[in-house]
Design a protein around this ligand. Structure first.
Ligand SMILES: *Cc1c(COP(=O)(O)O)cnc(C)c1O
Length: 369
């Protein structure tokens, strides 16, 4: 072994050395429908105004407590946080997931993170990085919660954290709200249940108003899918005593002044972002209908800004789409219930049409073989 190889094996944890990196593909030159981004930029006059606000941001100063307080107040009042509940902010909800796993990673006994699978990959990844065990409970074939298996796993593993994405990524469906309430109650005082509402602008369903009903409920959201993926801002709410503990893990200046300024600006113009989300919901339903009309394509119901479909040969279709310069996500190998599944982010009408045409062409060429 070389010096560096010795150095790495002497310093870096073995489980980390054995882990692959989170791969972000280079999308330049592609119609990018792989990452659930909002395809619409802010309208030009708003961008100019935002530019002026950003120019006045105090880049020489650390973010101030007062600035965070203003942003939090806008989030609480405009995004439906119940009275008496505060939020904490994260550098994307990815950071909030990592803050929660760090906070719950007991050292004297292995603590457990539990989530239905397939789920957002950061749940398992953050659990591992924090030194927690991850337990994945397979969803039913229709992507609903397998309640018997979930209740069984909860009783057996006593998870400190349960993650439920509502709607779920990558399947796109909303779990039954009654089932979720049942799980939150079953976990009870032994664990926190995090309802991840990254797609709330498209689902228009939320557990946020139900925070007062469940003392162990955490509701997490992000501005990413609403149209601000680039600024990295996530927020979560829970009972004040829980937030106090999470806040000890949060690096004091985790949200930078440019993000804080841009987020406040966006919340002052929430109507613009909401209108864009409305366009995307309409486009999602229209695209789902067209896809359902294609021979050999199964479309699953979606409450998010993406669609999950199943085709006969996902790898071949995915490659064909790449050759048409359309980038989507191939999930066929992620989990057995996703065999031959592809995930398409809903884009502009032009992007959706380009995807649809490329998909039709690739299915047709495939059938001729
Ligand atoms: C995209 C996504 C997130 C990540 O959001 P960021 O705020 O951009 O880190 C969290 N949860 C789910 C389910 C997602 O799909």
């Amino acid at each position: 072994m070389s010096f560096t190889e010795h150095l790495i094996s002497n310093t870096i944890r073995p489980d980390l050395r054995a882990t692959g990196a989170y791969h972000v593909p280079d999308a330049s030159g592609f119609i990018k429908l792989d990452a659930m981004e909002n395809p619409y930029p802010l309208p030009e006059p708003l961008r100019a105004e935002l530019g002026e606000r950003l120019a006045r941001a105090m880049l020489n100063r650390y973010p101030s407590a007062g600035d965070y307080a203003t942003l939090k107040e806008k989030i609480r009042s405009r995004l439906g946080v119940p009275a008496g509940y505060d939020v904490i902010l994260g550098n994307g909800s990815d950071e909030l997931i990592s803050i929660m796993t760090t906070a719950c990673a007991h050292q004297e006994r292995r603590a457990v993170v539990l989530a239905p699978e397939p789920a957002f990959v950061m749940f398992a990844r953050s659990a591992q990085m924090a030194g927690m065990d991850f337990v994945g409970v397979p969803l039913n074939d229709d992507f609903s919660l397998d309640m018997d298996a979930m209740l069984d796993a909860i009783a057996r593993h006593r998870p400190a954290l349960v993650f439920l994405a509502y709607p779920n990524n990558p399947t796109g469906n909303l779990y039954d709200a009654y089932d979720m309430a049942h799980l939150i109650t079953a976990v009870g005082e032994t664990g926190l249940v995090v309802v991840d509402e990254a797609y709330q602008p498209f689902a228009q369903q939320s557990f946020m108003p139900r925070l007062p009903e469940f003392a162990n409920l955490v509701v997490m959201r992000t501005l990413s899918k609403l149209g601000l993926a680039g600024i990295r801002l996530g927020y979560l709410s829970a009972a004040p005593a829980i937030l106090q503990q999470f806040d000890k893990v949060r690096p004091p200046y985790n949200v930078n002044v440019l993000t804080q300024t841009a987020a406040e600006f966006a919340l002052d113009h929430l109507d613009v972002l909401d209108a864009q989300a409305g366009l995307l919901r309409t486009a999602r339903d229209a695209l789902a209908l067209r896809l359902a009309g294609l021979h050999g394509v199964e479309v699953f119901p979606s409450a998010a800004n993406f669609l999950l479909i199943r085709v006969a040969e996902a790898d071949a279709v995915y490659a064909k789409l790449l050759s048409h310069k359309v980038l989507i996500k191939n999930l066929g190998k992620m989990h057995p219930v996703l065999t031959n599944c592809l995930r398409i982010t809903v884009g502009t009408p032009e992007e959706n049409a380009a995807f649809f045409d490329a998909l039709s062409a690739s299915l047709a060429s495939h059938r001729r073989i």
